[in-house]
Unconditional design. Structure first.
Length: 176
């Protein structure tokens, strides 16, 4: 059910003289769960008893919520591509979108998060995963051949690794 349907039902049952507990139980049973809280039913029932006959929301003041559109998504993506270190404030200044809309676009639509002051994808693409596998295999072969040591490797992502020096023989034993 939509919000207006709930409100119409509450209005009708209130005008017929039923109490809020009765039609809240009816709504819960009909809809199979707590889709609407008892306090909301009470509030709407009271407003009907006080004379309110409209079921639509009252107009609200303040800045309207910006809708997430394909154009807005492309705008935010363009700003991030031009400056991967840009902040929410930078993006807001460029696009004139609200901070909440920018956050929704970045996290829900672009699937990005901020890592070390840079916007990156939540998940790697198959090509990026393959590149990492290839690099790891190259590093492993260098380590096993003795031309490179584990202490020469460092990472720049969010992974925390316990560091200890392992010689080539110990590494062969670990890798089995």
């Amino acid at each position: 059910m939509e919000k207006d349907h709930y409100r119409f039902y509450i209005k009708t049952r209130t005008l017929l003289g039923f109490n809020a507990a009765t039609f809240h139980a009816e709504l819960s049973q009909a809809c199979g769960g707590d889709f609407i809280s008892y306090s909301t039913v009470q509030k709407w029932s009271k407003s009907v008893r006080d004379g309110r006959m409209e079921i639509e929301d009252n107009p609200r003041f303040g800045r309207p919520v910006t809708k997430v559109t394909q154009g807005n998504i492309e705008q935010v993506q363009r700003v991030i591509e031009e400056g991967p270190h840009s902040t929410h404030d930078d993006i807001q200044a460029e696009t004139q979108l609200s901070r909440g809309t920018i956050s929704r676009i970045i996290h829900d639509h672009l699937k990005m998060k901020k890592v070390t002051s840079r916007w990156v994808l939540h998940e790697l693409t198959p090509q990026q995963k393959q590149l990492r596998v290839k690099t790891c295999k190259e590093n492993l072969s260098k380590i096993l051949s003795g031309s490179w040591w584990l202490s020469d490797i460092f990472t720049g992502d969010e992974t925390w690794i316990y560091f200890r020096q392992i010689g080539p023989q110990g590494l062969k034993r670990l890798l089995g």
